[in-house]
Design a protein around this ligand. Sequence first.
Ligand code: ADE
Length: 944
Amino acid sequence: MDEQNRPIHTFQVCHVMEPNQNNWLRSGWIQRQAAQRVYVELRFTLRDCNSIPWVSGTCKETFNLFYLQTDEPLPAATRFRPTDYAKVDTIAADESFTQTDLGDRVLRLNTEVREVGPVTQKGFYLAFQDVGACIALVSVKVFYKRCPSTLRNLAAFPDTVPHMDSSSLVEVRGACVENAEERDTPKLYCGADGDWLVPLGRCVCSIGHEEMDGYCRACKPGYFKAYAGNTKCSKCPPHSSSHDQAATICHCDKGFYRAIKDPSTMACTRPPSAPRNLVSLINDTALFLQWMPPSDTGGRKDITYNILCQRCDGSNGDIGVTQCEPCEPDLRFIPRPLGLTSTSVAILDFAMHADYTFHVEAVNGVSGLGRAARSLANVTVNTHQAGDAPSGPALVGVVRKDWASQNSIALSWAEVEQPPSDIVDYEVKYYEKEQEQLSYSSTRTKNPSVVVTGLRPSTVYVFHVRARTAAGYTAYSPSFQFATAAEDPDIADQGQVLVVVTASVGGFSLLVILTLFLLITGRCQGYIKARMKSEEKRRTRFRSGHAIPFSGIKTYVDPDTYEDPTQAVEEFAKEIDPSYICIERVIGAGEFGEVCCGRLRIPGRMDIAVAIKTLKGGYMDQQRREFLREASIMGQFNNPNIIRLEGVVTKSRPVMIVVEYMENGALDSFLRTRDGQFTVLQLVGMLRGIAVGMTYLSDMGYVHRDLAARNILVDENLVCKVSDFGMSRVLEDDTEAAYTATGGKIPIRWTAPESIAYGKFSSASDIWSYGIVMWEVMSYGERPYWEMSNQDVILSIEEGYRLPAPMGCPVTLHQLMLHCWQKEPGQRPCFDDVLSFLDKLIINPSSLLTLVNDAQSFPDSPEDMPDYPLFISIGDWLDSIKMSQYKNNFLAAGYTTLDSISTMSIDDIRRIGVCLIGHQRRIISSIQSLRLQFHHIQQSGFQV
Ligand code: ADE
């Protein structure tokens, strides 16, 4: 009976009372099969000799296991010879029969496993020897181990028998499942115990298939997979579809295409529609085409434009036949005729009195792939229009003077009621009557009115106005002569002077505020404005204190696009006779030579103070070009907040660039010497001036790249003007510029992160720099990020830190700075926004009253305030910021460690007896600097 009392068959022996027992039991022949290592599991019972009376000496408690290997079964008649068998082991029991008190016998089964072998022949016998025990052999199981077939990493591994030697593993290569392919050879190792070990390599699902439950299944219709790998099938991108299973690509819908280099994950796209609003402009030497991008880009960003030109000398004679042929090969297109990325082109060297037809073709990466018609816009230009010949009759009749000040004249004219085609804008050409037409200036406006600024007092000017339509310019109006007002020392023409006075008086009645705003914006000139009629006021509304440049049209021409850069200088800068220049003294040194100040005395004109940049002798041709490059950029600008180019001297030595003189020099050093001496409104007035200049530059499509307080010049009336244009390409001259990893030279502290990382400069990166200039102005010329290294500045910006508000800075201004320092260029404001924001602050000065009076804004909360490193004393610190005279004040007030000053506010600084506002500012900003540096050290994980 077994443990559950079921009858079982056993082999038994129990000759425990007779000595010298030698009883054998032998198995039949067992085939080895694939086994390398054979195991035998024995289940048996064995009686405890102590439980049997009078058997001591004869009773045994073990039996022996033997084996014999052969390639074939032994013949039936073979005599059993124990000596042929090899002993495997002596088997003893863990349990045994025991007699209970009740006399019941309880069966206890023993299980023992032994390894037999090594077995190398085809089969074997097992034999059991009893030497006098009381045993019942219940079962004998003979087996070997194998690693079972399995799927791992999309590979199938077969049933594998382990190695004979238990210390070595069997290496097994897997086979990729259907629709999968090998990456690294898939392998598993079969261990002696039948376990799979150490999976290596893998298979991945092939194209058109994805992994599911360990197998590779086909992508469903509407999905595709273009690359083998462990990725899922993707939904077809827009304008494409897949109709079958296992698609490796989605085919483009009708009318949509994929360019060769387009990835299969990209939406299918189509050719663009035609360019819009193509217009031509023509002057004596150049013909300009301008257009707007197509309304439908086809879903792509790689639009370029090709200019196709035909010369149609038509209406020949009487028969009126127009004959067109390709344009002359020597017609020059700037920057080039094909593959234009911008929406304008200049055309030079055209024939006079000819008809040209220009087709502007919009092309993208899939143009030409389909059978779609070409996307063309056409314009025909008659070069009679060059110079005097207009494309139509004058649309402007009488031009009126609305008012005049010493430096400005406001004009207006009647709009033609029904012009033959829409008027795009007006061009106002003007020159000093005395100068005749030797040189003239021009400005554009969209409205039939303009305020022409930058004029000389008591001077008669001649004005002509002409309209521009899609067909080009119409004829000029007759000329009109108007004079500027006489010089009157009592009337300040510069708004900022009045701002200073008015703001410091502190009266903020609506009238004063309004006057302030109008004056600071330069929208009227002194009291003359008060005389303007309301209608005139309405018409002279404009953005930047200057006539609106023709919006949307990029008028800045990069001198580098000229084959010969001297041509650009000739085009944009007036040549000055050197005998008109009187150099007075040296005021500085530039990269190319000395900077002097002096007077420009042009006969018949009032002489003016000028700054003269000279090119030192012994220069190379390349240096001369670089030097004059700034003049050919500056000469294209005409704005009260951009430094004005008077002219150049290139035809004699030394070569010179002459610009207006700015009495107060560079803004950063100017503010440092006047620490704490301006009202907030005055500082905002300076920032506004810079914003006006930058708005103008960005409207022109010009990116400055080196906007910083050191590159702003300040005149005697605190008017700030943007300067330093030569550096927009190479920043060699800027001592702040450091080399980046990509080899560019960049003023790190002023530069947007995307410009440092990828060299991507734009008006949005200029806005970042403008935010830094705001900070420089509000902190009176403090160095941005103080003495932190450039590397630390880059890291802290990357970590999201931004400069804290300078002491006494209105919260609104710091918020504007933070807005300018958005990581995403697209999220920063544009200069227009900055300008209107500043205007609102100026109109509503109470918005400037909430000051960030102490450094509570950094770090974010007082709990976050770190402990300071105690590595220098208060005395060392005050020495380092040249404030040693306050050592006793700090000590007397109980501030003995840097740690203890960490939470000091401006009130605390005042309370301990620092009375001068400039000194308060220096001390508090140094505390801020220490906090920032310490915080950064903590962020970088440095140990102090
Ligand atoms: N330094 C450089 N340019 C200057 C200018 N235009 N006026 C005064 N100082 C200058």
